[in-house]
Design a protein around this ligand. Structure first.
Ligand SMILES: *Cc1c(COP(=O)(O)O)cnc(C)c1O
Length: 422
């Protein structure tokens, strides 16, 4: 039996859906080759830094309590720093998410009356409360007297370099750039674009801290933002860089002093990086890092296929299948609410965990509209595993990301499509 026959016989995928996907896949093969080259490069990069730091069996053991002398944790941080071409890193299970990692960078490196500028327009939803531009502001940067400014993106979706340069004042301490679109219908910023903007910023003020929100970006290109001038970056271990294996955690990588400042907020001033038990997670963090380039490649191929097949069917997609990618997020605009819900439910039905439950739109805290989410992975909230989210509002956009294995993404797309196109 062929794989196509298995799909038809066991998953009841209509032949015309199978044909559509097979034909879209053929058009993607050249793009897949380019992804393979990035995967290969990043796999070598990871192994190089494993070897350079003499990774051994003994590093897999963890510590408890204070976590003093956790040599596994320390070697992980050296490996991360190496991969990012940076001085130092903080890679911890105590950092619970991307938002948390970003938050400790901000709180650790900004003081009252200093200014933070977002160069990429509105930041990711959860950061609005961290900054204090949404909600009551309790505990926010604003409450600490930190000034915040935002430079909107240009009509064409690019960063407004002139606007950013003009926004810089004597108080400007940090400029933040969000690499991935996240859940906004805008383009994501490539490493080359980020590098160019950083160069322009430095022309105005040399010593500004450039901070990049690197969530969803790791290993989608050969370089990371710290290799083109960013001073510090942060992200989540249950996205790209955890390879689907790290059970929790976040990271901060960059200049030594800035990383240390972040560690003072995570733990306590003066204590910082010296503490933090790895609790037996060292091996999983390393194993995840080892697999991450490959897993990111699978997720990218899944996103490319989805983009191609949906645009073949006349839907608006971002990015197009053959556009350069710098994150794993694929946005698709649906025509009706019914179609959107049906598609997201289809993604859930293609999962390997909880494939028997049907997600429904719900009132999620912190969101204006109802939200529907498909997620059936091994790790709660993991979005390097295939997942799809959509607020229920026009223009009915689904954001789809992740996939540990390309065939699973293909299966989920097949099921989702057979629900809206048959
Ligand atoms: C996911 C994400 C975050 C926040 O990460 P969480 O782990 O969900 O807290 C921040 N910025 C961007 C661009 C993201 O994609």
């Amino acid at each position: 039996m062929t794989s196509q026959e298995f799909l038809k016989n066991n998953f009841n995928i209509p032949p015309k859906v199978i044909e559509l996907i097979e034909s879209a896949e053929k058009s993607c093969l050249d793009i897949f080759k380019k992804i393979d080259e990035i995967v290969e490069y990043n796999q070598y990069k990871v192994i190089y830094h494993f070897q350079k730091n003499k990774l051994s069996d003994i590093h897999f053991n963890g510590t408890t309590g204070y976590g003093y002398g956790d040599i596994g944790r320390d070697v992980i941080e050296k490996i991360y720093a190496g991969i990012f071409g940076a001085e130092d890193a903080l890679v911890r299970p105590q950092i619970v998410s991307g938002t948390h990692a970003i938050s400790i960078v901000l709180f650790g490196n900004l003081k009252p009356n200093e200014e933070l500028i977002s160069a990429s327009g509105k930041p990711y939803d959860t950061l609005e409360e961290v900054i204090g531009i949404k909600g009551e502001g309790r505990g926010s940067l604003r409450e600490c007297g930190i000034i915040y400014k935002e430079v909107p993106l240009l009509e064409n979706g690019e960063m407004d370099v002139e606007g950013i340069k003009k926004a810089i004042t004597s108080k400007t301490k940090m400029i933040m750039i969000q690499r991935s679109k996240g859940y906004d219908y805008r383009k994501s910023f490539t490493i080359a674009e980020i590098g160019e903007v950083i160069k322009e910023i430095r022309k105005v003020k040399e010593d500004i801290i450039v901070f990049v929100d690197n969530c969803y970006g790791e290993f989608t290109e050969k370089k990371e933002p710290t290799e083109v001038g960013a001073d510090i970056v942060a992200g989540s271990l249950i996205k790209n860089i955890g390879g689907g294996i790290a059970p929790t955690g976040g990271y901060v990588v960059g200049k030594k002093e800035l990383v240390e400042n972040a560690s003072y907020k995570l733990y306590a001033p003066g204590i910082g990086k010296e503490v933090g038990p790895s609790l037996g997670f060292n091996r999983l963090i390393l194993q995840g890092l080892f697999f991450a380039p490959k897993v990111v490649g699978e997720a990218l191929k899944g996103a490319v296929l989805l983009s191609k097949v949906m645009s073949d069917l006349g839907y608006e997609v971002l990015p197009e299948y053959n556009e350069e990618r710098t994150d794993i997020v694929q946005a698709v605009k649906f025509r009706t609410e019914k179609e959107l819900i049906s598609f997201i439910q289809g993604i859930q039905l293609g999962s390997y965990v909880d494939a028997h439950v049907l997600p429904e739109p719900w009132d999620m805290p912190g969101y204006q509209d109802k939200v529907i989410m498909a997620a059936g992975g091994f790790i709660q909230g993991s979005s390097i595993e295939l997942s799809a989210d959509a607020p229920i509002r026009e223009p009915y956009t689904a954001y789809v990301q992740g996939g540990l294995s390309y065939p699973q993404v293909k299966l989920a797309i097949s099921i989702a499509l057979s629900r809206i196109y048959s």
